[in-house]
Ligand binder design. Structure first.
Ligand SMILES: Cc1cc2nc3c(=O)[nH]c(=O)nc-3n(C[C@H](O)[C@H](O)[C@H](O)COP(=O)(O)OP(=O)(O)OC[C@H]3O[C@@H](n4cnc5c(N)ncnc54)[C@H](O)[C@@H]3O)c2cc1C
Length: 417
């Protein structure tokens, strides 16, 4: 029997999962096809909307700078209400796992490198670490987890001018994991607490704790039971405990992915973990199927409406070789300078042209060809496969995925009803 749905979403990152939920909310039957884990596992778990204005100024309120964005920026295309709708959907998915929904303003969070990052939503586990809080903080690192150098991070935070004294200390983690142990190894040990790891860790920290009212750890405090792990450490240390977001792999990102998956199950979205390798059209400007590879077979998945949410250069939603940058699933046009040397600038820091590469969409999020014509009537794009913004420089990654995912999914779902 042919596989047929109202809406088919390609890509299971924040953009694709959000689009699938929005389409299901419209009453559509939805299938999500994704090949691998999304970049959520690489990201910090912070949900940035817009941290920096185009002139590089730190933004207290992301909505203040929307009118300064270039006309082809995804936020300029979808507008403020779409950003709010995306955030509202995020809050419904994340629930108690996240904070920040009480205001439109950015919060300032310490990072594992000791910088301060503007962000719109942050894990509840990081809440006691806010850089705007003036209570002194002790940062604790583990000897075997060298990605987080707590004394150095504390020094950097003080140099960044935070309104509190920060001090760092390094302790050994109970059980002395190997230096190459995955972060999930620490999290599982604390989740299971089989040999009293929570109490043993607290006892080691107590030796270096000088009464600071809050204590920050690398974000490895439990995968299944993070709230219990934190509560146990807080009780033993008599201090608030917070997690400092880390680089990949990111436990907060993994926890968020699970929350999204639960929401997709609740919404009745069917998830297929396979790559889309080709497509079929009806010959009249509409897609009819995305072709999915399964054990060497090519299986068409039919739908009325499609969302492309395959990510950017990191997620492999865009492919590049020496000749060109391509969108490999539906072969949509990706604007780019003809000369490859214009893809990059010589400066080590600052904006790079390639960071803005992506498919060209209009305000209806339909990808357009090089002459500005719509590629397929029933295809919309969402997330970092869209061009026109540099998520790393402006701190807008997850926000763009939420806003465009929600808008593309809702429109795709509505089209089919
Ligand atoms: C290292 C790093 C750190 C980051 N830190 C932050 C941060 O602190 N805050 C923030 O807000 N944002 C951050 N971001 C950005 C943010 O993670 C991304 O901008 C955003 O999540 C992109 O989501 P997406 O859904 O568009 O793409 P992705 O998350 O890349 O998801 C795309 C999905 O599509 C799948 N896919 C690709 N091709 C196919 C195919 N042919 N068939 C089926 N499936 C396919 C991929 O496997 C993947 O699962 C970070 C990103 C990176 C890489």
């Amino acid at each position: 029997m042919a596989i047929e749905d109202d809406v088919l979403v390609v890509g299971g990152g924040v953009a694709g999962m959000t689009a699938a939920l929005a389409a299901a909310d419209e009453g559509a039957s939805v299938r999500l096809v994704t090949k691998k884990q999304s970049t959520l596992r690489h990201a910090s778990g912070l949900v940035d909307v817009l941290g920096y204005a185009p002139d590089g100024k730190l933004l207290a309120d992301p909505f203040d700078a929307l009118t300064d964005l270039p006309a082809d920026h995804p936020y300029a295309l979808v507008g403020a209400e779409a950003i709010r709708a995306g955030l509202e959907r995020f809050d419904a998915v994340a629930g108690e796992l996240y904070r920040g929904g009480h205001t439109e303003k950015n919060a300032l969070l310490p990072t594992h490198g000791g910088t301060v990052k503007p962000t719109a939503r942050y894990p509840a586990s990081a809440a006691a670490g806010l850089a705007s809080d003036d209570r002194d903080a002790l940062l604790v690192g583990f000897e075997t987890l060298t990605d987080f150098d707590a004394p150095l991070a504390a020094e950097h935070l003080e140099a960044a001018g935070v309104p509190f004294d920060a001090r760092g200390a390094t302790v050994s983690f109970p059980g002395e994991p190997r230096a190459d142990a995955k972060v999930t190894r620490y999290a599982h040990a604390l989740d299971e607490d089989a040999d009293g790891e929570r109490g043993r860790l607290a006892a080691r920290v107590a030796r270096v704790h000088d009464g600071e009212p809050r204590v920050g750890f690398p974000a490895v405090l439990g995968q299944e039971h993070p709230a219990d792990v934190r509560a146990a450490l807080e009780a033993d240390l008599d201090a608030d405990v917070f997690e400092v977001p880390m680089g990949p792999p990111s436990l907060p990102g993994i926890r968020l992915e699970y929350a999204f998956r639960a929401a997709l199950d609740d919404a009745g979205v069917h998830t297929v973990r396979r790559p889309v390798v080709d497509y079929e059209t009806d010959g009249e400007g509409r897609l009819s199927a995305a072709v999915v590879e399964r054990n060497g077979q090519h299986i068409p998945h039919y739908a009325d409406s499609f969302v492309l949410a395959t990510g950017g250069l990191v997620g492999k939603g865009l492919d590049s070789d020496r000749e060109a940058v391509r969108e490999p699933v539906f072969d949509c046009h990706v604007p780019q300078p003809e000369d490859r040397y214009d893809w990059f600038r010589d400066e080590a820091f600052g904006e790079q042209p390639y960071a803005r590469f992506g498919v060209d969409v209009g305000d209806d999020l339909r990808p357009r060809d090089e002459d500005g014509r719509i590629e397929f009537e029933n295809l919309r794009a969402a997330g970092s496969v869209i061009g026109g913004y540099d998520f790393a420089t402006e701190c807008s990654g997850t926000g763009v995925s939420l806003a465009t995912g929600d808008a593309a999914g809702a429109a795709a779902g509505a089209d089919t009803q």
